[in-house]
Design a protein around this ligand. Sequence first.
Ligand code: ATP
Ligand code: MG
Length: 484
Amino acid sequence: MLIKTRLRISNIAVLVIPLIIFAAFTFCTVIIIKNNIENAYHIKFGMNPFIDFANNGVQVMNEIEQDIESDPSYLNNVNYYNYIDKKLNDNTGIVIREDNSIKYESAFLKKIDIKQELPSFGSFLRSFSSHAFVGNMNVLIRQYDFYFENGNKGSIFIVTDTTYLIKMIKVFIMTEAIAFVLILIVTNIILTFIVSKSIITPLEALKNGANEIKEGNLDFELINNNGDEVSEVSKAFEEMRLKLKDSMQKQIQYETNRKELISNISHDLKTPVTAIKGYVEGIKDGIADTPEKMEKYIQTIYLKANDMDKLIEELFLFSKLDLNSVPFHFEKVDIVSYLKYNIEEFQFDLEKRSIEIDLKVEGRTKIYVIADREKIRRVLVNIVENSIKYIDKDKGKINIILREKNNFVEIEIKDNGKGILKESIPHIFDRFYRGDLARNSNTGGSGLGLSIAKKIIEEHGGQIKAKSEEYKGTSITFTLKKIL
Ligand SMILES: Nc1ncnc2c1ncn2[C@@H]1O[C@H](COP(=O)(O)OP(=O)(O)OP(=O)(O)O)[C@@H](O)[C@H]1O
Ligand SMILES: [Mg+2]
């Protein structure tokens, strides 16, 4: 989930969740407090405050009204006051006031100085009531005004003790307020923690990853499938790590290759040099004491020097190809004629070794390709030389097959030589690679022939590959771009 969405949901949750919890809490506290109040009133006054508070006062007030209307003399009758007083609940009493003096007062009201809290004549309509705080008592006052027979202003007050109720309501409001604040704070803290954890944890992982890279360790994995913005960064980071790892491995590989290259060159150059040195010493020491021996020694020195020359030349070409500093002269080449011409060139050499060579053109005979004549000749020479070198049969055969493949021309050079070990095939185009079957023979070679061929073909935009069966033969196939 996106961080944006997560934050939005959490913002809504921060409002909604506390409200739900608060509503549930209020529901419970209302029930508890209501029960408490009811129980307390029941024990103390034998009544239900919520029902009787209103009813009792109103009923009695109605009754008084009717009584007075039917017989106004009741207003001067103390017995009537007592009668009314008894009808009222224990927490409710009456006060009868004539002008400013109290004519009658219920017993429990005598404890407090209610007189000065009573509203003046005509302050309220009958159905209205007022609240007052007298002494330690909260009271609810209902008022009924009338005139005494002598014309004096009279008021009947029904006074209800609401102290406990008010106290409980205050407790309730306080509890609710504190609970609301606490619920708000706690849910806020929890939600903020959850949301920030889901953002901070992957960020921490990213930081640790960056530190690992700083320390040079690239062997860790950073997985974050949260699908949010941070996971995008993590993915990019992971890609960067893999690329870095890859390039570091390549760097190491290059370094190893470079070392191998130097060691191979030194080794391959040392062999003929040592031989030349040996023969020269032989001549110096007079071992070649006959003209025949001398001739043989000089011939060997010449051949070894030739080997060295060839090796240096191959090395030079390879390194120039590697540095891309060899110019290529691409031109339009009639590939069939070109191959025929080159095969004729090889013919003489091949006949001497009783190796047959032939060209088979599958399809059209006039096909043009883009090629650098000299470089492709080099490729052909390197491949055919290998065939000559590795043919072990009495009757050698080299078949060159030319076929068209989409926008390319494919040239296959197939021999019936000793073949290449299966595990060597993927490496034969590597520089200095010499297969085991080749090493065991005395054919010589530096292992550069096919790597040079590969570089040239790739420079032409083509591909080169090998197929081989041990002891049966090898076929090297390369492609060149056709001119359509
Ligand atoms: N036609 C073939 N038959 C058998 N093995 C082959 C053939 N062509 C290549 N190989 C194997 O591939 C290896 C690499 O060939 P490549 O031409 O690169 O090197 P080389 O022939 O050993 O030396 P160079 O060509 O530099 O004188 C050879 O050593 C040999 O093992
Ligand atoms: Mg070769």
